[in-house]
Design a protein around this ligand. Structure first.
Ligand code: PMP
Length: 292
């Protein structure tokens, strides 16, 4: 395995960053999780758009231009001779001193790890996930916007610990007002009488790339989609629910806080989204190798 750091490739044991990197000291940095399937990177441009938006929001100068970043990402996969897998792209603030100020960090660092992914077990897609609501609230957009995909994931990690302690597959996070925001690493959708809803970004949701693909698929299927504030009641009483994320893809959520959603089985529209999503991942994307 070879890992990209600032223009060079290293074996995992030698892929190291400084203890003075503010990504480590303060969680000062941003990242993307990207999938590639069948020799193509899925929605690479959307991920790069979001990376640049995150950087702009936190005043981080990415040391590569967009074309260089695209090429570095593809090269990180080629160096590992992979056709299917997961990319973790990280941009840290870089090396500074022990103070908070990023102004002493001379140059941001770029790390790209291309690896095989360990998937959720196939039976979970067939059976669906059980989810619990976490006591930990999603961080308020005015404190740190959840639309920034930053290295500060402690809020999500604390919720994840709660979900794991409860033996659930994912944890639902509410915002300070008690409206549904998202899960610890996935967006959430509800279907009621054929209409699709998902929380707006302003409720504390990341603008997930997979979420965006669901909007496109809904348009294709002629399914109406809206972004109202949702309460737990809306999920308890939905006909179907599902979660989306780069790692999870589209996965049914069949129980919330002990209540079955609909009949407690993955619903027909959810299954349609899963099937179409799998077709899109297999047939679209940025080619990694020549002649692809
Ligand atoms: N919300 C959070 C908090 C996440 O970390 C992720 C995973 N990146 C998502 C939602 C889903 O986003 P995407 O579809 O871009 O992976």
């Amino acid at each position: 395995m070879k890992i990209y750091i600032d223009g060079e490739f290293f074996a995992p044991a030698d892929a190291k960053i400084s203890v003075f990197d503010h990504g480590l000291l303060y969680g000062d940095g941003i990242f993307e999780g990207i999938r590639f399937y069948n020799g193509r990177v899925f929605r690479l441009e959307a991920h790069l758009d979001r990376l640049w938006d995150s950087a702009r929001s936190i005043c981080l100068q990415i040391p590569l231009d967009r074309e260089e970043m695209r090429e570095a990402t593809l090269e990180a996969i080629r160096q590992n001779e992979l056709r299917d897998g997961y990319i973790r792209l990280v941009v840290t603030r870089g090396v500074g001193d022990l103070g908070l100020s990023p102004s002493l960090c001379k140059k941001a660092s770029v790390i790209i790890i291309a690896a095989n992914i360990s998937l959720y077990p196939a039976e979970l897609y067939a059976r669906g996930l059980e989810v619990v609501t976490c006591a930990t609230r999603r961080i308020a957009p005015a404190a740190l916007s959840p639309t920034v995909k930053s290295l500060n994931y402690l809020n999500n990690i604390l919720a994840k610990i709660e979900a794991q302690n409860a033996g659930a597959g994912e944890g639902l996070m509410l915002n300070e007002q008690g409206y549904v925001a998202e899960c610890t690493g996935d967006n959430v959708f509800a279907i009621k009488r054929g209409a699709l809803t998902t929380p707006p970004a302003s409720a504390g949701a990341l603008c997930g790339i997979t979420r965006g693909v669901v909007f496109e698929m809904a348009a294709e299927f002629g399914v109406s989609i809206s972004e109202p504030n949702l309460t737990r009641h809306d999920l308890f009483t939905a006909d179907e629910c599902f979660l989306t994320g780069t790692a999870a893809e589209v996965i049914p959520m069949v129980r919330l806080d002990g209540r079955p959603i609909g009949d407690g089985q993955p619903g027909p529209l959810t299954t349609r989204f899963i099937e179409r999503f799998s077709e899109l991942t297999r047939t679209t994307g940025t080619p990694i190798y020549e002649g692809q």
